[in-house]
Design a protein around this ligand. Structure first.
Ligand code: NZQ
Ligand code: ZN
Length: 389
């Protein structure tokens, strides 16, 4: 096991009706005035935003709004938010939504106290040391941004989708998580969220670090819970306990607990981020196409850990590692198909993908080679994208 330093400082407030705590928690993080960031309208339509506003009013917290944040959020809205915060002299940010809203809120929070352009952090030209405090009211279990120190933003100039990972600066102070709020999620978003949270665990599971049995078992346990709850949540979208289990799994998948003491990979996320940057696809659905392709490729290079995943998570019985790894990929695909996720680029809605462009952007954004599990060079990256056809 590798040395590690782990701190997940977010207060998770979980259960029915917890959005009424928003005002009190916002005031408790020292904010009398916040920027409230939200998405395309689902939170307004469901009545959640009104309840959050009531709670802020009761706690004496003022707010200004930035609405209409779209999936795969872009740098222009971040700049708009930074300007608004400076003009209105807000003291913190409240995100009401999913990963796209939370990541925009985080990027604004990091950009406000910084004199240069906020993108410097994403471009690796500056290190983020400080940010305005961020609170979250989560509406979709998927990205895990409510407990992560990350923010993923696309720079429109060149369509570069980059994930900034901070240790502490961007970890939310609190995350309000009411599973009932997720009853309104469309099936495709529910399923895509499930693929995304599984991918967050698998990026950490497929490691070259030896002797990590404790985090392996945490990861396998959360994966098995997700696989067991997924059919329930798809069949009964208003089943509170199924929604609750999936929601908590989404946080545990990405708040760092599954990654302690091990090298993480993140190639599949890099490969997917190019798909959502270039073709605008839903991140989790993209991962349902990317991850099996990456695993098929790795079954030829380094099958042992993939075989272990197959045996422990899906009950694969083959004793030979190569066959077990390939069987693991098949089982994962069957699972994704059972919740109506796409398995090919075509099914994802991408016809005649420009693989050359995707490969070039992947190495431009991630480096050459990239891939701690097994280093990827352009010919490898290209082979993995071709496995998605
Ligand atoms: O915008 P609204 O109207 O709210 O609709 C959203 C959006 O269309 C809808 N939705 C959300 N909650 C809903 C709802 N519809 C009905 N009822 C509800 N309760 O769902 C759609 C997707 O929302 P989005 O925020 O984009 O989803 P998600 O949480 O999957 O976030 C995806 C983004 O997060 C990034 C992804 O790359 C992508 O840009 N990621 C962020 C990470 C992080 N910060 O740690 C890690 C991830 O790996 C990921 O890369
Ligand atoms: Zn993800």
């Amino acid at each position: 096991m590798d040395n590690f330093s782990y701190c997940s400082p977010t207060r998770y407030v979980f259960g029915r009706g917890v959005e009424k705590e928003t005002g009190r928690l916002t005031a408790a993080m020292g904010c009398g005035k916040v920027l409230m960031v939200s998405g395309g309208g689902s939170a307004r339509r469901s009545g959640l935003l009104s309840r959050v506003e009531d709670s802020l009013r009761e706690a004496g917290v003022e707010w200004v709004e930035l609405t209409g944040i779209r999936p795969n959020p872009t740098d222009d809205r971040v700049r708009e938010g930074i300007g608004l915060c400076r003009r209105e002299r807000v003291e913190g940010i409240l995100a009401v939504g999913g990963g796209s809203v939370i990541d925009t809120a985080k990027a604004i929070a990091g950009g406000v106290p910084y004199e240069g352009d906020f993108w410097d952090f994403w471009a690796g030209k500056a290190v983020m040391e400080t940010a305005l405090p961020v609170g979250v009211v989560l509406t979709i279990p998927a990205a895990g941004s409510e407990g992560s120190g990350n923010s993923v933003i696309t720079k429109l100039d060149g369509m570069h989708k980059i994930s900034l990972r901070t240790d502490m600066a961007l970890r939310p102070r609190f995350a309000i998580m009411n599973p009932e709020v997720t009853f309104t999620l469309p099936p495709y978003q529910t399923a895509s969220g499930i693929a995304d949270m599984m991918a967050h665990i698998m990026e950490r599971y497929f490691t070259t670090t030896e002797e990590v049995e404790t985090t392996d078992r945490i990861a396998e346990g959360v994966l098995k819970a997700i696989i067991a709850e997924a059919p329930r949540v798809m069949a009964e979208p208003t089943n509170y306990d199924a929604r609750a289990n999936i929601m908590w799994a989404g946080t545990l998948a990405h708040n760092g607990i599954c990654g302690c003491g091990r090298r993480e990979d993140w190639s599949s996320h890099g490969l997917e981020h190019e798909l959502s940057a270039v073709y605008g696809v839903t991140h989790g659905a993209g991962l349902a196409v990317v991850f099996p392709a990456w695993m098929t490729f790795m079954a030829e290079k380094k099958p042992a850990k993939i075989a272990q995943f197959g045996r422990r998570v899906f009950g694969v019985e083959e004793s030979d590692n190569h066959s077990a790894a390939l069987e693991a990929v098949d089982r994962l695909k069957v699972f994704f198909k059972s919740i109506s996720l796409p398995l090919t680029l075509n099914e994802l809605g991408i016809e005649n993908a420009d693989i050359e462009l995707l490969v070039q952007k992947f190495h431009e954004d991630k480096g050459l080679p990239f891939g701690p599990y097994h280093p990827l060079y352009p010919e490898d990256t290209s082979a993995i994208y071709k496995l998605m056809e």
